[in-house]
Design a protein around this ligand. Structure first.
Ligand SMILES: NC(=O)c1ccc[n+]([C@@H]2O[C@H](COP(=O)([O-])OP(=O)(O)OC[C@H]3O[C@@H](n4cnc5c(N)ncnc54)[C@H](O)[C@@H]3O)[C@@H](O)[C@H]2O)c1
Length: 268
C-alpha cells in the first residue's frame, strides 16, 4: 500500500467546506498529507479542519472567493509562506448560473466562465509553476457529466464551462507531462449535495429521472471520490495524465446523459 501513502505531501483543495472537496481533503489527510483547505464558507472550513486535525494531520483553512483572482494570489502566497511546496491540487469548487439560453444574460455567462474556467485555470497555473520547479506534482480538475453531455434544463453556461475544464486538462497535461506534473479530470454524475437535495425535495420526480441515467442504481455520495482522489494524487498513478475519468455509476458508458425532462416540461 506504500504506493498510496501521502505522508509528507502537501495538498491544496478548493470547495473543501463540504461535498466532494471536503471528501477529497479528508481522504488525502487519511493517506498522510497535510492539506490547505479553501472555501468561501468559513464555518464549513472550520469543521473540515477539525476532521483533519483529528486524523493527526495539519489543516490550514483559507477563506476566500476563488472567482476573485487577487484573493487567489493571496492564497498561494500563504501556501508558500506556510508550507513552501505543493504536491497535489484538488480543483473542486465551481459555481454557475442557470437559465434558458435564449434569455440568460451575458453577465451570468461571464460569471460562470469566471468560476469554471478562469479561476480554475488560475489555480492550475499557480500550482503548475510551483510543481514544475520541483519536477513533480498532480492536479485533479473536477468537471462533470456536463463536460461531455448536454444537460438541458437551463444548464448551457455550466456545460460550456465544464467542457472547457476537459480541454484545459488535456492541454495542461500535454504541456507539463515532461516536467513531471500530471493533470487529470474527474467527471461526476449526480452526487448528492445540499443544492441537489433541495431540488429533489422540490420536484419528487427528479431523483427517479436522474436514476434513469445511472445503471448503478443510486446517486453518488461525496465519499465516492475519496479512493480516486488518493489514486490520482499519489505515486499509485505515475503514468496517468490527461485522463478524463467518469465517476458516474456507469452514466457515460450507457450514454445516459443528464436525463433531460420530457419536451413539454423542458424549461427550468
Ligand atoms: N454534485 C454533483 O452532482 C456534481 C456533479 C458534477 C460536477 N459537480 C461539480 O463538482 C464541484 C463540487 O460539487 P459538490 O457537490 O461537492 O458541491 P457543493 O455545493 O457541495 O460544494 C461546493 C463548495 O464549493 C464552494 N465554492 C463554490 N464556489 C466558490 C468560490 N467562488 N469560492 C470559494 N468557494 C466556493 C462552496 O462554498 C461549497 O462549499 C462543483 O464544481 C460542481 O459543479 C458536482
Amino acid at each position: 500500500m506504500n504506493l498510496f501513502d501521502m505522508t509528507g505531501r502537501v495538498g491544496v483543495v478548493t470547495g473543501a467546506a463540504q461535498g466532494m472537496g471536503k471528501a477529497m481533503a479528508t481522504a488525502w489527510a487519511e493517506a498522510g498529507a497535510d492539506v490547505v483547505i479553501v472555501d468561501r464558507n468559513a464555518g464549513g472550513l472550520a469543521a473540515t479542519a477539525a476532521d483533519i486535525a483529528a486524523l493527526g494531520r495539519r489543516a490550514l483553512p483559507f477563506t476566500c472567493d476563488l472567482a476573485d483572482l487577487a484573493q487567489v494570489d493571496r492564497l498561494w502566497a500563504t501556501v508558500d509562506a506556510e508550507f513552501g511546496r505543493v504536491d497535489c491540487l484538488g480543483n473542486v469548487a465551481g459555481d454557475a448560473k442557470a437559465g434558458p439560453p435564449e434569455t440568460a444574460t451575458i453577465e451570468d455567462l461571464q460569471f460562470t466562465l469566471q468560476c469554471l474556467v478562469v479561476s480554475k485555470f488560475f489555480m492550475c497555473q499557480h500550482a503548475g509553476k510551483r510543481m514544475l520547479a520541483r519536477g513533480r506534482g498532480s492536479i485533479i480538475n473536477i468537471g462533470s457529466l456536463a463536460s461531455v453531455s448536454a444537460l438541458g434544463r437551463g444548464h448551457a453556461f455550466y456545460s460550456m464551462g465544464m467542457g472547457a475544464v476537459v480541454q484545459m486538462t488535456r492541454e495542461l497535461s500535454t504541456e507539463w507531462a515532461s516536467g513531471g506534473v500530471r493533470v487529470n479530470a474527474i467527471l461526476p454524475a449526480q452526487v448528492v449535495n445540499p443544492g441537489l437535495q433541495a431540488r429533489m425535495d422540490a420536484d419528487p420526480a427528479l431523483r427517479d429521472r436522474f436514476l434513469m441515467g445511472i445503471p448503478a442504481g443510486r446517486l453518488g455520495h461525496p465519499s465516492d471520490i475519496k479512493g480516486l482522489s488518493i489514486f490520482l494524487a499519489s505515486d499509485a498513478s505515475p503514468w496517468i495524465t490527461g485522463a478524463i475519468i467518469p465517476m458516474d455509476g456507469g452514466n457515460l458508458a450507457m450514454n445516459g446523459g443528464g436525463s433531460v425532462r420530457p419536451p413539454q416540461l423542458a424549461r427550468v
